[in-house]
Design a protein around this ligand. Sequence first.
Ligand SMILES: NC(=O)c1ccc[n+]([C@@H]2O[C@H](COP(=O)([O-])OP(=O)(O)OC[C@H]3O[C@@H](n4cnc5c(N)ncnc54)[C@H](OP(=O)(O)O)[C@@H]3O)[C@@H](O)[C@H]2O)c1
Length: 360
Amino acid sequence: MKQLRLSLLGFGTVGQWLVEALHRQQAWLEQEIGLVVTINSVATAHHGFIYRGDGLDIPTLLDLVATRQPLTNHSKVTHWTNVVEGLQSTGGDVLAEATGANLRNGEPGLSYIRAALALGMHVVTSSKGPIALEGLELLSLARAHGVQLRMESTVMSGTPVLSTIREGMAGTRIRAIRGVLNGTVNYILSAMAMGFDYAEGLAEAQAQGYAEADPTDDVEGYDTVSKTLILAMVAFGRALTLQQVVRRGITSLTREQMQEALDEGKRIKHVASLRLLSTDGVEVSRGTANSGVVPTLLEARIEPIALPLSDPLARIDGLLNAITIQTDTPQEVSVIGPGAGRFQAGQGMLADLIAIAKSR
Ligand SMILES: NC(=O)c1ccc[n+]([C@@H]2O[C@H](COP(=O)([O-])OP(=O)(O)OC[C@H]3O[C@@H](n4cnc5c(N)ncnc54)[C@H](OP(=O)(O)O)[C@@H]3O)[C@@H](O)[C@H]2O)c1
């Protein structure tokens, strides 16, 4: 039986789902994977970092958080107010990082991930910020310490896109990727395709709890920028900056533009695209992508585009996300699935954890 000592930083929506799933699936993990996971430490912003050497009790943890009690009420725990100090003093096999991290500096996730990798811990994360900003540096830090850094739930949440690219499509040469990567925006555009204007579509998304009171991150495309930067790193090994992504949001789209597209048999979608171009701006042709023979640029764009209905990205509605990957062999692969939600994000982390456990 493989033992895996887990440290969980961030015990909100995603962290709690992951813990519940580990508890619920304990017998399955033991029987099918030969894996016993103990959660040795948990941290939140308000409660700091708690640790127990023989493992924390999951029902107790969930009860404490549900009843808004301090996590230090768990029996026999050691407590640190400084999360990094707690982590460095206690370690573990894997860090599951599910704090909120921003796109300005990637914190607090970035410092936590760096600290864990430097300790020789594997890392699974659901935070887009650190990976979008410093993904290549973090991957090279992971390599230097002989550990893995996995981030499945950062793009399309638990729908397996990054593992499809990294593992399922290993050995193919990716030339281009296009995706509809934000469920809130797709929900609004789907409402607009049914005749609502932008303000009505947004109000409906907010009423359903799919859009924030301040929807800027989604509707102006910043959330999609993070995912595009992560895809650039995973699929093309390139570290693009925020400024290198051409970005247009959906706020100025009109009912008339939506109707015009419908009349032409098209649907307007908010499309993120990554495309290899030769240095003179020509799209890299089949057989030469990533070959090293043709020097290439990676173009990154996020914009509303009218797509014909024959395009898989045109046919997804509501909260669904989709991605289309163009390669040499096979030529085009599409993945469609939910792109948000506590189940999906936690599932992405669980799948990453299992992948790490299997490879140890
Ligand atoms: N929810 C989704 O559907 C989804 C999908 C994909 C990816 N994600 C990503 O997953 C991450 C977590 O999302 P979530 O929905 O679980 O967020 P959440 O419900 O807001 O929970 C965040 C957790 O992180 C803790 N935290 C915040 N700052 C911290 C710090 N400096 N040190 C330690 N802990 C800290 C919070 O502590 P307090 O409770 O004390 O404030 C809370 O426990 C985010 O990066 C999010 O973008 C979420």
